[in-house]
Write a protein that binds this ligand. Structure first.
Ligand SMILES: NC(=O)c1ccc[n+]([C@@H]2O[C@H](COP(=O)([O-])OP(=O)(O)OC[C@H]3O[C@@H](n4cnc5c(N)ncnc54)[C@H](O)[C@@H]3O)[C@@H](O)[C@H]2O)c1
Length: 252
């Protein structure tokens, strides 16, 4: 199935590209004729993404590294710019999705989740600024409905998602004059490997009953929203959070 948005020739850096939503974005982007720097901490996952991309594998530049290290993002962007002449977009997608009651949160968990969820987003922005094409560029952050509603047990994760939503609005204003659009996606209830590890079948059944469209979302539906934001079809969209949640945030 061809991708419906024109992203041919774009150079896109995607973090957390090894599985789930990041993987779906990479596969959809190369199908649409883009080149992608696919960053993940897990080398085996990246190898599988390249295998899954088939004839498009030459358009994926795998980068194994930890997004909390600024050098990972800088060298991935440098490699992509070397290959394509510049970087058009960075999608800061990597996360450590972990829920726990607040009294169990340790220093180690807090540092790790804030590092992957917030610090890495800042490095992603800086990597784009360093290697972007002068003609215009785009940033996408991944937030979540839990950043806007109180969901017990999600405190640290929700904090990171609220932080990147805030970063999105600030940078839309700060970088807009340079032709850089900054937006966020807020997926809800997409059964990725990371999300399924936290959600029981019974919980998913409860959620489906509350979602106006009465189903879970798919990884591809999120990937298509990302490609829309990167394409010229979204050329006046800046500072937005797009919910891909079957209407749950509208209905609550
Ligand atoms: N799945 C959902 O329902 C949902 C809902 C709202 C928001 N989100 C957000 O969407 C994004 C993707 O979520 P997902 O469900 O695909 O997650 P996932 O856990 O399935 O995948 C995350 C990927 O990030 C990689 N990663 C983790 N730490 C890393 C690090 N330090 N350096 C490099 N790579 C690292 C992992 O190896 C993995 O490949 C996340 O930002 C998540 O918070 C997901």
């Amino acid at each position: 199935m061809a991708t419906p948005f024109d992203i041919a020739g774009k150079a896109i850096l995607v973090t957390g590209a090894g599985r789930g939503l990041g993987r779906a974005i990479v596969l959809e982007a190369v199908l649409g004729g883009a080149d992608v720097a696919a960053v993940d901490i897990d080398e085996a996952l990246l190898r599988e993404v390249i295998a899954a991309s088939g004839e498009h594998s030459g358009h994926i530049l795998p980068v194994v590294g930890d997004v909390t290290d600024r050098n990972t993002l800088m060298s991935a962007a440098a490699g992509l710019a070397h290959k394509c002449g510049g970087v058009d977009a960075v999608i800061s997608n990597a996360a450590l999705i972990q829920y726990q009651p607040i009294h169990l949160v340790t220093q180690e968990t807090l540092d790790r989740m804030l590092g992957i969820g917030i610090t890495a987003a800042v490095w992603g922005v800086q990597a784009l600024l360093e290697y972007r094409r002068p003609s215009g560029a785009s940033l996408i952050h991944m937030t979540s409905p839990v950043a806007e509603r109180g969901v017990p047990g999600t405190s640290v994760y929700a904090m990171t998602k609220a932080a990147v939503a805030s970063l999105t609005r600030t940078l839309a204003a700060e970088l807009g004059p340079q032709g850089i659009r900054v937006n966020a996606l807020a997926p809800g209830s997409i059964p990725t490997p990371g999300a399924m590890g936290l959600t029981s079948p019974a919980e998913y059944a409860r959620r489906i009953a509350a979602i106006p469209l009465r189903r879970l979302g798919t990884e591809r539906e999120v990937a298509l929203a990302a490609l829309y934001l990167l394409s010229d079809a979204a050329s006046f969209i800046n500072g937005e959070v797009i919910h891909i949640d079957g209407g749950i945030m509208a209905a609550l």
